[in-house]
Design a protein around this ligand. Structure first.
Ligand SMILES: [Zn+2]
Ligand SMILES: [Zn+2]
Length: 169
């Protein structure tokens, strides 16, 4: 596979498609609408205050932190406010993942899952490693990485029959 990993998160969006994914920006814990109508970043709270004043004649008097809780006019600006805050937070988190330079496929390749068989042998899903613990499984024995292939262990499944028996006890 030779697909190039293209970032969605950028601080310098070009064109409508990139703008769509980057139209919010968080500055000092406050959400702004990026370069709103070509006139620079606009505070989301200021935008919603202005729109609600115009549309439903409501003067929302609340701080940035509590603004969402004070939007009770029920107009579509309420929806826009919450979606924009969510957009900003998701964009931030996605940016952190993208900064690692790893695609979801890369991450999958770097991780493994461990499962237990009916005899208590634990094995790696990506290599031939088999481990028998004196007690419990990988997480209780503080094993975060496969000792042979070095991949990070992201999922652990116990032998299933035991789970079923436990449920019936
Ligand atoms: Zn309103
Ligand atoms: Zn392994």
């Amino acid at each position: 596979m030779n697909r190039k990993f293209i970032r969605l998160v950028t601080e310098n969006p070009q064109g409508n498609y990139q703008y769509l994914h980057n139209m919010t920006v968080i500055k000092d814990k406050e959400v702004f609408l990026r370069d709103f109508e070509g006139e620079g970043d606009l505070s989301l709270v200021d935008y919603c205050k202005r729109e609600c004043m115009e549309r439903c004649n409501t003067d929302i008097d609340a701080s940035v932190e509590e603004f969402g809780e004070h939007m009770d006019c029920g107009c579509p600006i309420t929806l826009i406010y919450h979606m924009a805050v969510g957009h900003a937070e998701l964009r931030n988190r996605l940016g952190q993942y993208e900064s690692s330079g790893l695609s979801p496929e890369d991450l999958k390749e770097r991780t493994c899952e461990w499962s237990e068989d009916d005899e208590g042998n634990w094995s790696c899903s990506k290599c031939t490693a088999v481990v028998i613990f004196a007690e419990d499984g990988p997480s209780e024995n503080r094993m975060s990485f496969c000792p042979e292939c070095g991949r990070k262990i992201i999922n652990i499944s116990l032998w299933k029959d035991e789970l079923l028996e436990d449920e019936h006890e």
